[in-house]
Design a protein around this ligand. Structure first.
Ligand SMILES: Cc1cc2nc3c(=O)[nH]c(=O)nc-3n(C[C@H](O)[C@H](O)[C@H](O)COP(=O)(O)O)c2cc1C
Length: 204
């Protein structure tokens, strides 16, 4: 199937069946997320993977009781990482290890200082924007692997943070439920609603 055919195959799944995603397939989805590009490469986010059935049941009421939460195989909770100073330091350490000398040894430009200044000014919404790019890549990877998915913004970040006992620097922004569509999911029959090319684009 081509990329475009995959996009037509996928839909926001409302109910999953009880089939688990196998380890090999799941690893590919994680790789797509890990390989997603981000501004400056600092990937200012973290993903909490929830597989535990009881934990998913506890989280469900804090996401409008949506069935995706406790029927999915894996629930991925994407958080913005607000500790951008540490993220920049860790990134520069990786760059040093990879001998990316144009960044680490540039005598003209103090990357550490400039990175920190930039990411501090950008704030948590900027971190979330970077995480949304990873969401897009994950959705595309799932479609290619014939794994069903549903992005979820309809949830209570504060309660998710509490239930998952996330550290102070992590701020949940959205979730991604993945698994395999249930035969009960009538949503698959919904027509795809998309604005026309004429509406979305203009050409100059
Ligand atoms: C960022 C984001 C958040 C979303 N949140 C929810 C949600 O909380 N619950 C839900 O059922 N669908 C959610 N959706 C799914 C959209 O409603 C769906 O993708 C859109 O209507 C297009 O339909 P399709 O994905 O089936 O083509 C979300 C989608 C995105 C991209």
């Amino acid at each position: 199937m081509s990329f475009i055919e995959n996009l037509n195959w996928r839909y926001a799944t409302k109910e999953f069946n009880d089939k688990k995603i196998d380890a090999d397939t799941f690893e590919k989805i994680l790789t797509a997320i890990r390989m997603t590009p981000s501004a400056f490469g600092v990937q200012p986010y973290h993903i909490t993977v929830v597989e535990n059935v009881e934990l998913k049941k506890t989280l469900k009421p804090y996401a409008w009781n949506q069935d995706q939460i406790d029927t999915c195989s894996h629930l991925l909770v994407f958080s913005a990482d607000l500790d951008t100073k540490k993220r920049v330091d860790d990134f520069l350490r990786l760059a040093e290890e990879a001998k990316l000398t144009e960044i680490t040894n540039d005598p003209e430009y103090d990357y550490r200082k400039e990175f920190n200044k930039f990411v501090k000014e950008m704030g948590s919404e900027w971190s979330a924007k970077q995480a949304y790019i990873a969401l897009g890549f994950a959705l595309a990877a799932c479609a290619e692997l014939k794994v069903d998915s549903c992005p979820i913004e309809g949830f209570e970040p504060k309660n998710y943070k509490k239930v998952l006992n996330l550290p102070k620097n992590l701020e949940p922004k959205f979730c991604l439920a993945i698994g395999y569509r249930s035969d009960n999911d009538t949503h698959i029959k919904s027509p795809k609603i998309r604005f026309s090319e004429k509406d979305l684009f203009d050409f100059r």
